[in-house]
Design a protein around this ligand. Structure first.
Ligand SMILES: [Cu+2]
Length: 265
């Protein structure tokens, strides 16, 4: 869902695909990590390499993701255990609609970008278990960064990651525990808690830094985009995906709005 057609085969790599990708010179470490269950997600970078360059005249893509038509009701999620910590219900983050029907937690990515600003290698993204919900509910990251799974609640949670039908890890998170995982592979990772079935989060991983998660207004912004024409995609866990072509001019600002229909997915 987050790669161009050309790269479709690498989107949710099967183990053998991963292994062939890991036969590159840098693959030894990744292969070892994968064998230990330490690698979050894989990108066959030899097939779809992203090249970091200096961007001096980049433009900005920004706009709003909104929901079309009637907004479906999303009831709070019912708590079925650990009421003493979780209460009787927790907020439903699967569809959050803000002012002017803006949609929170949609992820905007540039699909066909092969060159651009370097990602912040080593950047750490935190995914906390807080009041019986993952926080944040959705985050975007780039290959070469880290995911730190935390638990600030006083009860056991787990973080179980799956992508394209492949289990990436199952981690028991006792209170106060923090576990780091390298983000090595592109794709959409769904994370759930094995103890509390209502808990869910997504991590969208790209091989470049050009991604944005919408805020409560549905707003997104992607900066420092090299001039050119791009295919930009939005993804939302319930509203599905949409794509639009956008032209970015030197130091220009390209407006890009998406309207996603409820019930599409
Ligand atoms: Cu939990």
């Amino acid at each position: 869902m987050f790669s161009s057609q050309r790269c479709r085969a690498t989107r949710h790599p099967r183990p053998e695909t991963v292994m062939s990708a890991l036969q590159r010179p840098t693959g030894g470490l990744l292969a070892a990590l994968a064998a230990l269950g330490f690698v979050l997600f894989a990108n066959a970078a030899g097939v779809h390499a992203y090249e970091a360059i200096a961007v001096t005249d980049g433009g900005t893509i920004s706009g709003t993701v909104s929901i079309a038509g009637e907004v479906p009701e999303r009831k709070p999620l019912k708590v079925i255990k650990n009421h003493e910590v979780c209460g009787d219900q927790v907020p439903n983050d699967t569809l959050i609609v803000g002012p002017n029907k803006g949609v929170r937690y949609a992820v905007v990515t540039i699909e066909n970008i092969s060159k651009g600003r370097a990602s912040e290698i080593g950047e750490v993204h935190s995914l906390d278990n807080k009041q019986c919900a993952f926080s944040p509910h959705v985050l975007a990251a780039a290959v070469g960064q880290w995911l730190v799974l935390k638990n600030t609640d006083s009860i056991l949670h787990t973080a179980d990651a799956i992508s394209g039908g492949t289990t990436l890890f199952n981690i028991g998170l006792w209170p106060g525990r923090e576990v780091r995982r390298p983000i090595a592979y592109t794709g959409i990772v769904h994370i759930t808690c094995g103890v509390h079935p209502w808990m869910s989060a997504y991590v969208v991983v790209t091989d470049n830094p050009y991604h944005a998660v919408t805020d409560i207004y549905g707003d997104h912004q992607i900066d420092d985009v090299p001039p050119g024409t791009y295919e930009v995609r939005v993804w939302h866990e319930l509203l599905g995906t949409a794509e639009k072509e956008v032209r970015v001019s030197p130091r220009g600002r390209s407006k890009l709005d998406f309207s996603l229909a409820a019930g599409k997915k």
